[in-house]
Design a protein around this ligand. Structure first.
Ligand code: GLC
Ligand code: CA
Length: 563
């Protein structure tokens, strides 16, 4: 072979490699990330509690579903007061969930299937059983005395101020050994760390390095906006009403989203940059697109994927409001990728929040289309793809989540959205072989489960699979820009995903309980065709011929190529 030829080949090989490497480091940009609640996903050893090997056993299912990454809620050693969000050792595995060897095996098996693993990282607080806290609480002078937020009470023995825990009542807990109070944004067994202390930062950054060396592809940062509290401990102004536990509501302006969070986010970004291709996802319940935009960092040097909870938790089927949030995500996040999320382990399932009892199936499909066709990264919570609904405990003595006991019966806690994953119609829905499982399986598991829905081409699961496949394989859905059309329609959201060559996919979604006729004029969009070729629709008979005649049934949704 002539030398020039060899050289060309070499160059092609090199550039192909570097292209892949570059593409790969941005793998998260259009990713489907699947949230696993390990306790409820798969139980491999029959004790009624899900575990890491149980996840490994179900990786083929996730591969078939088409997910790019799995985010595992905490599996570290924990007294399990908040089911893992109270961590007592950040670099080990709780024996309930398995061993470090099981973890390594799971990561390796996931990798074989092209699935990345994302750990949950709880930086705001530890368990009160963590050795750091044990040391910190032991005296006012020990080396870790300042690792948590300790303050003297008021002269009359009252807490330092009026701050309220998200999980109810005062956020301050008196500790006899120090004769001081410590601050806890969540349960009193979850003392907040003092992020103004550089040693705390270093210790936490090292735990991130530990897991990245083990091959994890990033972190979901729990309660990340809450790392700092006002240094002057000002009382929070009261807001209207009371919470589920009867406390007066406070504004949280001195305990949430303080500007100092951004210094830490930049440092976290630097730490994860030591390992290429890692992603930082934030649990960011923020109310404005401006606040959300800040989480990416002024120089895109903070989080890659702060969660956009404004879309998924709108909690009403309103085309104008969903459209406005979609438009904000396109125009106010500085071109960054939004991460849309409709479900997680802390909130009622989407059917419980959006369903009308008559069109639940169509509504579940509609929201799947809304989640999976824009220019976003998408989160799916285990069971969402099956149409699983919440089942709350009937009796207070059955409640596992402590807020459900404290707030009963107004607040029944989060057990309802954490039931075991229904795999099939066998014992324990195929989740376990135990006599009883840590939470009961849902009463509808014989019909709503993976095995039944896999066999039915018209099931919600088959619909999710088809959507995810399309989103990956169709060039327009993958790379196209987002162009809103028919933007004054009060009932139907329509948009294009359009690539530079003028090719476009049309998405039309009916958010009303009445049939709708849509006539689109796409002249101004630079798309020349008018004929439609169906890619996917919420029902088989939904097959409009062209963009001027789109008839959508109640809550119907349509995705098709314009030709
Ligand atoms: C996050 C978690 C939630 C947990 C809380 C405290 O909101 O998602 O489950 O209870 O943080 O860690
Ligand atoms: Ca188990």
């Amino acid at each position: 072979m002539p030398l020039a030829c060899v050289r060309t080949l070499f160059l092609i090989a090199v550039s192909a490699f570097s292209l892949n490497a570059a593409d790969d480091s941005n793998w998260w940009k259009h990713a489907v990330i699947y949230e696993i609640y390990p306790r409820s996903f798969g139980d491999s050893n029959g004790d009624g509690i899900g575990d890491l090997n149980g996840i490994t056993q179900h990786l083929d299912y996730l591969k078939e579903l088409g997910v790019d990454a799995i985010w595992l809620t905490p599996f570290y050693p924990s007294p399990q007061v908040d089911f893992g969000y109270d961590i007592s050792d950040y670099t080990a595995i709780d024996p309930e969930y398995g061993t470090m060897a099981d973890f390594d095996h799971m990561v390796a098996e996931a990798k074989k299937r092209g699935i990345r693993v994302i750990n949950d990282m709880v930086l705001n607080h530890t368990s009160d059983e963590h050795p750091w806290f044990k040391e910190s609480e032991s005296s006012r002078t020990n080396p870790k005395a300042d690792w948590y937020v300790w303050r003297d009470g008021k002269a009359n023995g009252q807490p330092p101020n009026n701050w309220v825990s998200i999980f109810g009542h005062s956020a301050w807990q008196f500790e006899d050994s120090r004769k001081q109070f410590y601050y806890h944004e969540f349960y009193k067994q979850q003392p907040d760390l003092n992020w103004r202390n550089p040693d705390v930062r270093k210790a936490m950054y090292d735990t991130l390095r530990f897991w990245m060396k083990k091959g994890v592809s990033g972190f979901r940062l729990d309660a990340i906006t809450m790392l700092f509290e006002d240094a002057n401990l000002r009382d929070e102004p009261y807001a209207e009403g009371t919470n589920m536990f009867g406390d007066r509501n406070v504004t949280r302006e001195y305990t949430d989203n303080l500007p100092e969070v951004h210094d830490v986010l930049k440092q976290l970004h630097e730490v994860t940059d030591e390992f290429p291709g890692r992603v930082l996802i934030g649990e960011t319940y923020l109310h404005t697109p401006e606040d959300l935009a800040k989480m990416y960092g002024a120089k895109n040097d903070e989080l890659q994927l702060p969660m956009d909870t404004q879309l998924g938790f709108l909690n009403k089927l309103s085309a104008p409001e969903f459209r406005s949030i979609l438009t904000d995500a396109e125009t106010k996040l500085h071109g960054n990728t939004p991460l849309f999320v409709f479900e997680n382990h802390d909130n009622k399932r989407l059917i419980d929040r959006y369903g009308d009892g008559v069109h639940n199936d169509a509504i579940a499909r509609l929201l799947a289309v809304l989640l999976l066709t824009p220019r976003d990264a998408a989160l799916i919570y285990e069971g969402q793809e099956l149409g699983v609904v919440d089942v709350d405990p009937k009796r207070v003595e059955d409640v596992k989540d402590p807020i459900g006991r404290l707030g009963w019966p107004k607040e029944k806690g989060r057990d309802g959205e954490r039931l075991p994953m229904p795999w099939n119609a066998d014992t324990d829905a195929g989740f376990s072989t135990a006599k009883s499982t840590w939470l009961p399986v849902s009463p509808d598991y014989k019909t709503v489960n993976v095995s039944v829905e896999n066999r039915n081409p018209n099931s919600l699961l088959s619909f999710y699979k088809a959507l995810i496949k399309l989103r990956k394989q169709d060039e327009q859905l993958r790379d196209g820009e987002f162009v809103g059309v028919d933007v004054d329609n009060p009932n139907v959201i329509s948009f294009l995903r359009k690539t530079k060559d003028g090719k476009a996919v049309l998405v039309s979604m009916n958010f009303s309980s009445a049939a709708q006729e849509v006539k689109l004029d796409l002249k101004s969009t630079g798309v020349s065709g008018t004929h439609l070729k169906k890619l996917l629709a919420s029902s088989a008979d939904l097959n409009p011929p062209d963009v001027g005649h789109i008839s959508l049934p109640p809550y119907g949704s349509y995705v098709g190529h314009i030709q």
